[in-house]
Write a protein that binds this ligand. Structure first.
Ligand SMILES: [Zn+2]
Length: 329
């Protein structure tokens, strides 16, 4: 929670650091975006070059402003990272980035406090502040893309478990004995409904049904079959594809129901590529939520598409900066 609203002249920078791109925005305390920049992070050139790129990006953002008006910087980064120490240790998607003191470096360079957040938490903070969760108290964000990421924000504060970790709703097991996930579990939500999992299941389906529309749409090339093509075939009325989409919808519904029962958020914000076809999944989710109304007000939990798209992380990082600034002044 913020201790005091920021002054309207105060400015904040939000940085969204991903494995391929770094995006950054200059915002004021009311969330108005004043400047925007993005560039490839070129992570393979190593952390020193990466830090210089981020430094240069922020220099561009604040070039036209009075330096005294910049109050704090927030970074939402692909993890793993150490929030307390402000370091990134992610050699997985940022090769060579091990124990990189990004918060300290930027804090020294710009003489302001720097907040470091996990990218999923930053996106949830952004949606809470200016997007799907605006004007509600509790937002749970679920992003289904190459993985399933989740984060819970209550009244502006990210829920933090041990070591500051966020809830991993995407790794709740839905199907014991199901497909193996990198997390070690079998049949967790990510192993069933993340983009690559849907692709694998769609390819298995197409291989079994060489006379299907799905197979025809791929021109008989299973390498072309992916999640968007499956959705496309289902919309065209392909029976096998419809069956698989229904099954995936039931699994997504069960996963979101587990989250809704545990957290009772006002809103579940849905982001990521898979939810670009939200209309195919929404009826199953709504039915599941209705059926659980006896447990608690689960039927009151709203499903809302994430509003901010690729800017959620930048806004959320800026929001973390505002909170840090308010708490350190
Ligand atoms: Zn898993």
């Amino acid at each position: 929670m913020m201790s005091a609203p920021p002054d309207s002249n105060d400015l904040f920078v939000g940085v969204d650091l991903g494995g391929t791109l770094v995006r950054a925005g200059l915002v004021n305390g009311q969330g108005h975006l004043l400047e925007w920049q993005s560039m490839p992070i070129e992570a393979r050139q190593g952390p020193q070059a990466g830090l210089e790129r981020i430094h240069g990006l922020i220099d561009c953002l604040v070039a036209k402003t009075d330096r005294g008006s910049l109050k704090a910087i927030g970074i939402g980064s692909t993890g793993p990272l150490d929030r307390e120490r402000g370091t990134i240790q992610n050699p997985y998607t940022l090769p060579g980035w091990e124990d990189v003191p990004v918060a300290n470096r930027l804090s020294q360079a710009f003489d302001v406090p720097v907040a470091l957040e996990n990218d999923a938490d930053a996106a949830a903070l952004g949606e809470f502040w200016l997007g799907a969760g605006r004007s509600v108290d509790r937002l749970y964000m679920v992003t289904i893309g190459t993985g399933v990421g989740t984060s819970f924000v209550e009244r502006g504060a990210v829920y933090r478990g041990i070591q500051g970790a966020h809830p991993e709703g995407g790794h709740l097991v839905l199907q014991p004995g199901g497909p193996l996930c990198y997390c070690g579990a079998r049949g967790c939500m990510e192993s069933l409904v993340a983009g690559p999992s849907i692709m694998r299941r769609a390819r298995e389906l197409a291989a079994k049904l060489p006379h299907s529309q799905l197979y025809a749409m791929a021109g008989g090339d299973l390498e072309i079959v992916d999640a968007p093509l499956l959705m496309h075939a289902a919309r065209a009325g392909d029976a096998g594809s419809l069956g698989l989409v229904d099954q995936i919808a039931a699994e997504i519904a069960q996963g979101l129901l587990n989250i809704a029962v545990l957290f009772l958020p006002n809103v579940i914000a849905l982001g990521g590529g898979v939810f670009e076809n939200l209309d195919l999944f929404q009826p199953a989710v709504r039915a599941a939520f209705q059926s659980a109304a006896a447990i608690g007000p689960v039927d009151k939990v709203k499903l809302v598409p994430a509003h901010l798209g690729k800017r959620a992380g930048v806004y959320g990082a800026a929001y973390a900066a505002i909170q840090l600034s308010a708490n350190s002044s």
